[in-house]
Design a protein around this ligand. Structure first.
Ligand code: NI
Length: 144
């Protein structure tokens, strides 16, 4: 199997598709800023590979967890700090923004096994006082 990435040879192949579907696809990718179909198809393939890799819980994943909370809420800060220190091997970077008088946003860059990242994310987002948050699945970029 060939190694994916920029060093890999480009293979040309034909794709058959219904005219209506292709027209809609072209309109969609133009709106998204693609200037050619090939790059759009490559990105679709990569997105599916990343999705499958998360589902299979294979290899190391990278993710971004962001959440908003009220810093004065009970002992929320204590919990947040405690959990983050207990998982510092998975948190490779963090950013704290004071949004207004009451609200803070935190953004964590995570690295680790998919199921471990999901677990940590659920633990943090379920803390009382965390108002909203989400985990964005990313990729280490290897083999893409
Ligand atoms: Ni703050």
């Amino acid at each position: 199997m060939g190694k994916a990435g920029s060093q890999d040879a480009l293979i040309r192949f034909g794709v058959s598709m219904e005219q209506g579907l292709l027209e809609r696809f072209d309109k969609l990718i133009a709106k998204q800023g693609y200037t050619n179909r090939s790059e759009a198809f490559r990105d679709l393939a990569r997105a599916q590979l990343v999705r499958e890799s998360w589902q299979a819980n294979r290899s190391e994943q990278v993710a971004v967890l962001s959440f908003v909370y009220e810093h004065e809420h009970g002992d929320l800060l204590h919990h947040l700090t405690h959990i983050q220190h207990d998982h510092q091997e998975m948190i490779i970077s963090s950013l704290h923004v004071h949004l207004d008088h009451d609200n803070c946003m935190e953004v964590l860059i995570l690295k680790g096994k998919a199921c471990e990242l999901e677990k940590l994310s659920k633990k943090l987002l379920s803390i009382k006082g965390v108002k909203f948050g989400q985990l964005m699945h990313g990729s280490s970029g290897k083999d893409l």
